[in-house]
Design a protein around this ligand. Structure first.
Ligand code: SAH
Ligand code: SF4
Length: 363
């Protein structure tokens, strides 16, 4: 759990499981219940500074301050969308890298204004290199630690709490491919799920993947309840190979079989994400073939017009095409929703996160 740049002895408390925290505290000669108190401070109170952990003895607080960190994220910039419903934060990491995470407020008829979803990053950059994604254009720099993932959620939990609200959902749809950083993602989910901490139910998490088949199978076996979203984007291998290069390694047949496995073991339906690109994957034929491909799988399709990214030659499908594509699926019996476009004015939409400072922020 060493953090670069902070010396080998620095432990990130948010990267530890509860058992590991207990072992650390006991190795320091403190009783086990001190670990419960620290856990409570970290995940219930959102404490970042050990000196604020008022019920710990001063010696323990000092040792924590000297030898541990809490996530190690430094918020560098926050940009709010004009409608006030989306907030994007750029975080600096201990090694000088940067990532972004996004908070989105949603309301519906049942829970007006009650859903507060954090979209977290799981890697710095992404190795998969989808042609239309700003993160993918950076290549993979490194995996995030569990603490760096949890710290994104806890940052927004602190800001929401000040307004009497809480994070209700976490989606792994920020920078990176979560199923290529499985161990850290699993650990962060389990820590945030813990009943003595933030208590975010397993069903409140969704992992979005470009189609890492072993990762989908591991979700089915190990992460019961966590939602699965698959970035489909094309109904045949030839087209998907060009849009999502990972398809060459895990073609559609294998991916769909893994999704069936997920449904069989969790009883949950899969969300299929389909980004509509003008003239590339958005014709009636594509809609028909997508419906054929998905027949027999318990799923629903989320269509979204492409968000613009620098250096990408593709154009979004026009609204009429988006509606027609969705109707095509619907008529063929595939449940479909057109995803609300969120935060595009502040480059916080799907595929727009690149971990860079934005000059001249609109106010
Ligand atoms: N790596 C994971 C999760 C992060 S991307 C994955 O690919 O699923 C989250 C979603 O945004 C994915 O469905 C991705 O395909 C989509 N996306 C990427 N670039 C986009 C863009 N420019 N416009 C719209 N959606 C995009
Ligand atoms: Fe990576 Fe997902 Fe972007 Fe593809 S869409 S490059 S998998 S982050």
């Amino acid at each position: 759990m060493a953090e670069e740049g902070r010396g080998d002895r620095v432990v990130d408390l948010l990267s530890l499981t509860r058992d590991e925290l207990e072992r650390l505290v006991r190795a320091w000669g403190a009783p086990r219940y001190r670990a419960d108190q620290i856990w409570h401070w970290l995940y219930r109170q959102g404490a970042q500074d050990p000196q604020a952990m008022a019920n710990l003895p001063a010696t323990l607080r000092q040792r924590l301050a000297a030898e541990t960190i809490v996530g190690g994220l430094e918020p560098l910039q926050q940009i709010d969308s004009e409608d006030g419903l989306t907030h994007k934060v750029l975080f600096g990491l201990a090694d000088g890298a940067a990532i972004e995470a996004v908070l989105m407020h949603y309301g519906d008829e049942d829970e007006p204004g009650e859903r507060h979803t954090v979209c977290v990053s799981s890697q710095v950059g992404c190795p998969i290199g989808c042609a239309f994604c700003a993160t993918g254009q950076q290549g993979r720099r490194r995996d995030l630690t569990p603490g760096e993932i949890s710290a994104q959620v806890l940052h927004f939990e602190r800001t929401l709490r000040a307004a009497g609200a809480h994070v209700t959902n976490v989606v792994f749809m920020g920078m990176g491919e979560p199923l290529l950083n499985r161990e850290a993602v699993w650990r962060a989910i389990r820590n945030l799920n813990d009943a003595d901490g933030l208590r975010l139910g397993a069903r409140r998490f969704t992992i979005s993947t470009a189609g890492v088949v072993p990762g989908v199978l591991a979700m089915a076996a190990e992460l019961h309840g966590v939602g699965l979203a698959v970035s489909l984007h094309a109904p045949d291998d030839a087209l998907r190979d060009t849009l999502v290069p990972l398809n060459r390694r895990y073609p559609l047949k294998e991916l769909l079989a893994a999704c069936q496995q997920y449904v069989a073991s969790t009883g949950r339906r899969v969300t299929m994400e389909y980004t509509l690109i003008d003239g590339v994957n958005d014709t009636d034929r594509h809609a028909r073939r997508t419906a054929e491909l998905l027949s027999g799988l318990m799923c629903h399709v989320n269509v979204i017009p492409l968000n613009p990214t620098a250096g990408c030659a593709y154009e979004p499908s026009p609204p009429a095409r988006v509606a027609r594509f969705a109707q095509g699926l619907q008529r063929a019996g595939v449940p479909v929703t057109i995803r609300q476009r969120r935060g595009v004015d502040v480059q916080a939409g799907c595929g727009q996160l690149c971990g860079q400072y934005v000059a001249d922020v609109p106010r």
